[in-house]
Ligand binder design. Structure first.
Ligand SMILES: Nc1nc2c(c(=O)[nH]1)N[C@H]1C(S)=C(S)[C@@H](COP(=O)(O)OP(=O)(O)OC[C@H]3O[C@@H](n4cnc5c(=O)[nH]c(N)nc54)[C@H](O)[C@@H]3O)O[C@H]1N2
Ligand SMILES: Nc1nc2c(c(=O)[nH]1)N[C@H]1C(S)=C(S)[C@@H](COP(=O)(O)OP(=O)(O)OC[C@H]3O[C@@H](n4cnc5c(=O)[nH]c(N)nc54)[C@H](O)[C@@H]3O)O[C@H]1N2
Ligand SMILES: [Mo]
Length: 686
């Protein structure tokens, strides 16, 4: 007899543009199939390859089943322990450190992007509930560009990405949606079916570039100059929107003067690598197509001058009168979590008379190692794999050796988990409740509990509840975490009357039927009332000047390193969200991660042939990869996808972008400002 099939609503909680709503099919308590939820207007019933593979992810034999303890740390000598033992060991250390230092400031967490569901801020909530402690600040994805957007328009909002269907020209600067935001291609293609032109500007000939009408291979870190070059052509030829500029822009005169005096088209061509006729073509496309959309991805702001480059591109949208136009405008990010109370993230801890301190995301381990009064002694890592994904990997390795206790909560035995004392198994999103919004589309969806936790796995919220309960038993009042509150009660608490109004809901339970879309503010600048001090679009930003940045979107070249002449780009991979799918080797991301691609001319100079095993090195370290030669790669550049057995991030030095502090507290990561040399180790066998 056939068993009943139960269907649940889930949401992919990865740190990704798409935040797809899914339907999960469960038979006898087992997840047998997932598919896209057709009632979600952005994903429209589709998932990406990683999404369809979730049944394999959930039941992967590599998933952690039980709490584990390793002694000594890093030895590989793991033993299974009970949750009770785990909570007792952790509590004993927390209490000991609290007594030793008279506060909880020697306790730190590092939590980021493994699961960005709203209830997954339980980790931050738990640390808040301890009183003063050591926090993580910053954002690995987009913070430089966030500030750039805020300096120009006063607030980080993007229009509804579904409105791109109305565009006549879509210019994608440094994003690769064919891999990272696949559903957006649906809306772009609808615009193209109506005659829109697609331009992709990227140093890498990506899968998105391959589908475009025009692909512009720009040199990394020079987009700001390219945008200024286009602006100069448009202004000199009187092809800009003078009435928009007159009525809605601040700083036109000084910008005009800057273009006249400081931007030379000869220099634009030389530094960007974009020829004069291509510059003219871009100017023609902007002036002949109305409305025109600029989509600025996160790739081009992972540079030392990244924020400034985003400002220059945004300015181009204003100059062409596209800001505020449906089907035009400028897309970057739309942080919908900003609308929510975020009660876990913002949980008010007890006042212990001391203040928390924070470590910057780009230099977390080096700053952690230098902390005094008290030194940092305990680290809780959740939804994070810094030994693979962060800069300063060498400092991370040292930090993880020196701390007194390291606890990692994850679904898999990651490189970081391997360097911990205690590893706690986390549930997948099918195993507990949550609510999810996106930083791109404008939808909100409910994640239901579809199956029981895998073996002994627990959600980050459940772990916070149980650990704080244990701590309070041992030392009453240690934490003020509301450990009796259920996941559903936390969800309920997010739905203020304002949130219900914004999403047109009568209760959050409406989401059990269909996802909801933001009803207001979907085109933030339609009324052209900008959130800047002047109420206008600021090409000249006094706030930027006050923050010791150029007031105008000026271009400046990034630093390079002459001893390591090849620039290394390490963009996102198609088959994995960062390191999250690497446990599933069959999906193939590990293979791509173990390759370096370089231009044949650079290879010849180094006597490297296709298939050779090569060493890629710089002052930070070295990794080995198999060389692949490809004439599509810019000369002077190599591409390595994140991952690999020896993580490529060991070649990154911890450089920051020019902006990011304003919004996220820490500057953005200049991950793509890396320089390396390549040498052959072993001749190819094929
Ligand atoms: N499949 C998959 N999807 C993902 C992710 C993933 O790991 N895998 N990660 C998710 C996350 S956390 C994020 S933040 C987003 C990021 O997604 P995207 O915004 O698409 O960003 P990236 O892949 O970092 O970079 C996009 C492109 O920028 C290009 N680029 C680098 N430097 C420059 C430059 O100076 N100028 C220009 N014009 N282009 C440049 C790169 O070559 C790359 O093709 O994707 C999300 N989606
Ligand atoms: N070289 C290079 N480095 C990069 C980038 C780049 O472009 N190039 N991109 C950067 C970007 S944009 C980002 S966002 C970061 C990502 O950096 P991280 O957030 O450190 O990386 P992830 O690989 O996403 O790792 C998250 C971990 O969370 C775990 N996890 C998943 N769900 C849960 C859960 O519910 N609870 C817990 N406790 N754990 C869970 C996953 O199994 C995974 O091990 O990497 C950055 N690093
Ligand atoms: Mo990211």
């Amino acid at each position: 007899m056939l068993s009943d099939v139960k269907v649940f609503k889930n949401v992919c909680p990865r740190n990704c543009y798409n935040t797809c709503a899914m339907l999960s099919y469960v038979v006898d308590g087992k997840l047998i199939k997932v598919e896209g939820d057709p009632s979600h207007g952005y994903c429209q019933g589709r998932l990406c390859g990683k999404g369809y593979a979730y049944t394999r992810y959930v039941y992967s034999p590599k998933r952690l089943r039980y709490p584990l303890k390793q002694y000594p740390r890093g030895s590989g000598n793991w033993v299974r322990i009970t949750w009770e033992e785990a909570f007792n060991l952790i509590s004993a250390k927390l209490l000991e450190l609290n007594h030793r230092y008279g506060s909880n400031r020697s306790l730190a967490y590092n939590k980021c992007s493994g699961n960005v569901g709203i209830l997954h801020y339980a980790t931050e909530g738990m640390f808040n509930s301890f009183g003063s402690h050591t926090k993580l600040r910053g954002n690995p994805c987009m913070s430089a560009g966030m500030d750039a957007v805020e300096y120009s328009s006063g607030e980080g909002r993007s229009p509804d990405p579904e409105a791109m269907t109305n565009s006549k020209l879509i210019v994608i600067w440094g994003a690769n949606p064919a891999w990272t935001a696949v559903h957006q291609l649906n809306f772009i293609n609808q615009a193209r079916d109506k005659g829109a032109v697609l331009v992709v500007i990227d140093p890498v000939y990506t899968a998105t570039a391959a589908t475009a009408d025009h692909y512009i291979q720009v040199r990394p870190g020079t987009d700001g100059l390219l945008a200024l070059g286009i602006a100069k052509v448009l202004v000199e030829e009187g092809r800009y929107d003078s009435s928009f500029v007159k009525e809605h822009v601040v700083g036109w005169e000084s910008f005009y003067k800057y273009l006249q005096e400081k931007v030379s088209l000869e220099e634009v061509q030389r530094l960007t690598g974009v020829a004069e006729n291509v510059l003219q073509l871009l100017a023609d496309l902007y002036s002949q197509n109305d409305p025109a959309t600029n989509w600025c991805g996160y790739g081009l702001q992972r540079h030392q001058n990244g924020g400034q480059n985003v400002r220059a591109i945004y300015t181009l949208s204003a100059l062409t009168g596209n800001v505020g136009k449906i089907g035009g405008d400028f897309y970057y990010f739309h942080p919908s979590t900003d609308f929510f109370p975020m009660n876990l993230l913002n949980l008010q801890g007890p006042d212990d008379g001391q203040v928390s301190r924070a470590l910057d995301i780009n230099n977390y381990p080096s700053q952690a190692l230098s902390l005094v009064d008290p030194p940092m002694k305990f680290l809780w890592i959740a939804a994070r794999n810094p030994l693979s994904q962060d800069q300063e990997v060498q400092d991370w390795t040292r930090l993880l050796k020196e701390l007194e206790m390291v606890v990692t909560v994850d679904l898999f035995m990651t490189k970081t988990a391997e360097a911990s004392d205690i590893v706690l198994p986390a549930t997948s999103h099918f195993e507990d409740f949550d609510i999810n919004v996106s930083y791109w589309h404008h939808w909100l969806a409910l994640n239901q509990k579809a199956i029981e936790p895998y073996y002994e796995a627990k959600s980050d919220l459940e772990i916070a509840k149980e650990l704080t309960r244990r701590l309070n038993e041992l030392q009453p009042g240690f934490s003020n975490f509301p450990s009796e509150r259920t996941a559903e009660e936390w969800i309920e608490s997010e739905f203020t009357s304002e949130i219900l109004r914004l999403y047109g809901l009568s209760s959050w339970r409406d989401l059990e039927e269909v996802p909801a879309k933001l009803q207001f503010g979907n085109n933030p600048w339609l009324d052209l009332n900008f959130k800047t001090n002047t109420g206008k679009f600021e090409i000249f930003s006094k706030n930027a000047k006050d923050d010791k940045l150029p007031a105008l979107p000026r271009f400046w070249a990034e630093s390079s390193d002459l001893s390591f002449p090849l620039r290394m780009l390490t963009p996102q991979n198609i088959t994995s969200i960062h390191s999250q799918n690497w446990a599933l080797e069959w999906i193939g991301s590990d293979k791509r991660g173990n390759v370096v691609t370089l231009n044949p001319q650079d290879a010849v100079q180094r006597k490297v042939e296709d298939g050779d095993l090569v060493r890629i090195y710089n002052a930070q370290g070295s990794v080995t990869r198999k060389a692949r030669l490809n004439p599509e790669v810019l000369q002077g550049m190599v591409i390595i996808y994140q991952g690999g057995k020896e993580p490529v991030n060991s070649l990154l030095s911890g450089l920051s972008a020019d902006m990011g502090k304003k919004h996220s507290g820490s500057e953005g990561a200049a991950l793509y400002n890396a320089f390396v040399e390549v040498e052959k180790i072993v001749r190819s066998q094929i």
